[in-house]
Design a protein around this ligand. Structure first.
Ligand code: ASP
Length: 356
């Protein structure tokens, strides 16, 4: 079934300077108040110009594609990431850039997953959304959307300024796989503790060029569409019991675990704990160590409480976010069958997600 699309051509005497494909997936962004039902309902993007008439004044050609099923992003799944990657691949040559309208709850996961799935990406893919629906007077949706479009369309010497997967939200452009949702009430929903902002939007949009992945003239897009769902996240806490750890690492078909450890990558040194992890790695389960702290990094071996993890074969996630770690694990396990190879690739930066 073809997707529903709406095209907005700017009413200008000259040609639009850029073409953007906007993919609408759902989230708070696209809600309007239905007075008859006294509730917020998803709004039909055919009427986008009624809600955001400013779009007509941008010198950008905008095509809005609506997914068949509009979702609250808490229902996001790898199958939708594959659908998004396919839409981008199929439309890669027709458009200069892509904007994805997405719920904020899992936006950082989607941005991370896409950064690993879109190999050789050389065009902007900017995710944005809103904390307040577009139909509400104080909404942040309009500013987020318009600035995301401006950033997606930005070019210099005929090349995109930001040829990577990013999140634009509340005046800041963040690298997608460095982002985390840290706020559910204020407008500043996202943070990127371990990597600088890629741009700041005030009166002008100031790009932080040294930190933006450079355009590569010889790259062409290829997508990874196999993601292994047999992964989990194990968050440690003081008092975690042996049956809990054992039952998690012994889940049938489990292939990878993101271990959320304390501080600089530290964990209990109880022998039952280390033995359970060692048995799992010996069986081929890949363990990936990220910190429960948002800022800083895992340094295995700095403390006695992380030295053993290193010896067991747990891979350090360095300064990775949990969102990047779990999606990287799914993508790598989807492409590699050898755990040793997965461990090797986990330790490297694939798409700027860790500082090596
Ligand atoms: N629950 C919503 C979602 O993630 C929240 C939002 O969009 O801000 O889809």
């Amino acid at each position: 079934m073809p997707y529903k699309t709406v095209r907005i051509n700017p009413v200008l005497p000259k040609q639009p300077r850029s073409s953007v494909l906007v993919i609408y997936t759902g989230g708070t962004f696209g809600m309007v108040y239905d007075p008859k039902a006294s509730q917020l309902i998803p709004f039909d993007f055919e009427q986008v110009l009624d809600r955001v008439p400013e779009l007509n004044r941008l010198d950008i050609e905008i095509t809005i594609l609506t997914l068949h099923e509009i979702i609250d992003s808490s229902n996001m799944k790898p199958a939708v990431w594959v659908e998004l990657a396919r839409i981008i691949e199929e439309n890669y040559d027709q458009y200069d850039s892509f904007v994805i309208l997405h719920g904020t709850d899992t936006m950082a996961y989607t941005a991370s997953a896409l950064s690993f799935m879109l190999i050789g990406l050389n065009k902007p893919v900017i995710l944005t959304g809103a904390q307040l629906p577009i139909g509400i007077a104080r909404t942040d949706a309009r500013e987020n959307f318009i600035t995301a479009l401006e950033i997606a369309a930005a070019q210099e010497d005929g090349r995109p300024v930001v040829p990577e997967v990013c999140i634009y939200f509340n005046s800041f452009l963040l690298r997608g796989n460095r982002s985390t949702k840290h706020e559910s009430v204020q407008f500043n929903a996202f943070t990127s503790e371990n990597y600088p902002h890629l741009a700041t939007a005030g009166v002008s949009i100031d790009y932080n060029r040294p930190f933006i992945r450079p355009y590569q003239s010889n790259w062409s897009l290829r997508i990874r569409t196999e993601l292994d769902p047999n992964v989990t996240i194990l968050k440690l806490f003081p008092g975690i019991t042996q049956p809990v750890v054992e039952s998690i690492v012994n889940i049938r078909n489990l292939r990878g675990v993101v271990l959320e450890t304390f501080g600089a990558g530290n964990a209990p040194t109880d022998s039952w704990f280390l033995d359970t992890l060692k048995e799992a790695t010996d069986r081929g389960v890949v363990l990936y160590n990220v910190s429960q702290c948002n800022g800083g990094r895992v340094t295995q071996g700095r403390y006695q409480t992380s030295k053993m993890l290193e010896q067991i074969g747990v891979v350090s996630g360095a300064d990775s976010t949990t969102e990047a770690a779990i999606t990287k694990l799914m993508v790598l396990l989807g492409q590699e069958s050898d755990p040793a190879q997965v461990r090797l690739l986990l330790a490297r930066s694939l798409s700027g997600e860790i500082s090596e």
